[in-house]
Unconditional design. Structure first.
Ligand SMILES: C[S@@+](CC[C@H](N)C(=O)[O-])C[C@H]1O[C@@H](n2cnc3c(N)ncnc32)[C@H](O)[C@@H]1O
Length: 355
């Protein structure tokens, strides 16, 4: 791990409170993408209403090394800025800022929640910001690896359980235009949104949906089994960050969940994308290079059962599936060993007699 002196460490802890909401807002509104394209002035973005405030933000970004003066003024005497090489790296990852900032409302109430009887419902995360953030992060990291694994197959049917906004399904359909699709989610908004998106993008495609809790395996797996009978090619059931939603933090729950899927759809493969619970002491020694402390905090306060890597390894030995493909992400050091903070697994049913 890089070594920061205590003062640098203090500054890094403090800085995010200012920079994160600013980068998140300008990223979400498309301003950072435009900044990355060409030099600009405070007047370049017609949608910004408070130009004086924006001018202060630009000066702040210069002082962080994200922007620099382009060394010229425009016709009306305005200072022109360009994004620095460092700013380029940061601004392209604005989705990561959206992801963290989506919990801003919760964090702004931390004092009241900790010290006063808090009778209101706890503030939730900003769904839109969260979806933009996770979409960007997944799109850059997780989905390309999963798609590369699928590309090697003769895919006939994809069922995405916890389909979100349908982003993953649309990427699969781009590669396999003739694939049959099942979109399932516990949220009606997600299912409706996915159906709308996919039907607009792929008017000819065969898409079905199931509105259900994924933990009620039989309710959706029977639909998958029925569709896969009438489909040429292999069936894959994908689930992105769904396991931690239903696991209750228990290995047995996940084993039972996967075993029930196998019972209902014995031929289907499974694609799992997950994050991994890293022990606090390991996070502490990796703290400059990992955003997992913040991710795990939010999963913890919202009661989600993120499992550890050792638990996933144990699960692998107790399910009727074997690994057909694996991608590990953002590895952290654990003494002499290493732990992934996220992974994609492609599981295929074990051959009969191999359990
Ligand atoms: C991070 S999103 C998945 C991303 C999505 N597959 C994509 O392509 O971008 C997680 C989804 O799981 C859904 N979800 C959470 N708990 C669930 C449950 N118990 N059953 C089914 N869906 C669930 C949420 O509503 C959310 O849409």
């Amino acid at each position: 791990m890089a070594v920061l002196n205590p003062r640098e460490e203090l500054v890094s802890l403090l800085r995010g409170s200012f920079s994160c909401p600013m980068i998140s807002s300008l990223g979400k509104r498309g301003v950072l993408t435009l900044m990355l394209e060409k030099p600009f002035t405070v007047e370049s973005f017609s949608e910004i209403v408070d130009k004086d405030l924006f001018a202060s933000v630009l000066i702040y970004f210069v002082s962080l090394g994200l922007l620099k003066s382009a060394g010229q003024v425009d016709k009306s005497g305005q200072q022109t800025y360009v994004v620095t090489e460092f700013g380029d790296k940061i601004f392209r990852r604005y989705g990561s800022f959206n992801l963290l900032n989506s919990y801003g409302a919760f964090l702004s109430k931390i004092d009241e929640m900790l010290f006063e009887p808090f009778n209101e419902e706890k503030p939730r995360c900003d769904r839109l910001e969260n979806v933009i953030g996770s979409g960007q992060t997944n799109g850059r990291k997780f989905f390309p690896k999963a798609l590369a694994m699928l590309e090697k197959m003769n895919l006939g049917l994809i069922a995405d359980i916890g389909c979100g906004d349908g982003n993953f399904l649309s990427r699969v359909m781009n590669i396999f235009p003739a694939v049959s699709v099942i979109a399932s989610d516990i949220s009606k908004t997600s299912v409706d949104f996915t159906m709308q998106n996919l039907k607009k993008l792929f008017p000819e495609a065969q898409i079905d949906s199931v509105l259900t809790n994924a933990a009620d395996v039989e309710s959706w797996a029977s639909v998958v089994a029925e569709h896969s009978q009438g489909t040429q090619g292999q069936t894959v059931i994908s689930m992105w960050y769904l396991i931690h939603e239903i696991s209750q933090g228990k290995e047995e729950v996940v084993i039972d969940f996967l075993t029930r899927i196998h019972k209902a759809c014995p031929q289907a493969g499974i694609m799992i994308g997950e994050i991994v619970a890293i022990p606090e002491d390991v996070l502490a020694t990796n703290r400059y290079g990992s955003i997992m402390p913040e991710f795990l905090f939010f999963h913890d306060v919202s009661g989600q059962g993120v499992l550890g890597w050792d638990q996933y390894q144990s699960i692998l030995t107790k399910i009727p599936y074997e690994l057909a493909g694996e991608s590990l992400f953002d590895i952290v050091k654990d003494g002499d060993g290493e732990l992934p903070t996220g992974f994609v697994w492609h599981l295929k049913p074990k051959k009969v007699g191999k359990q």
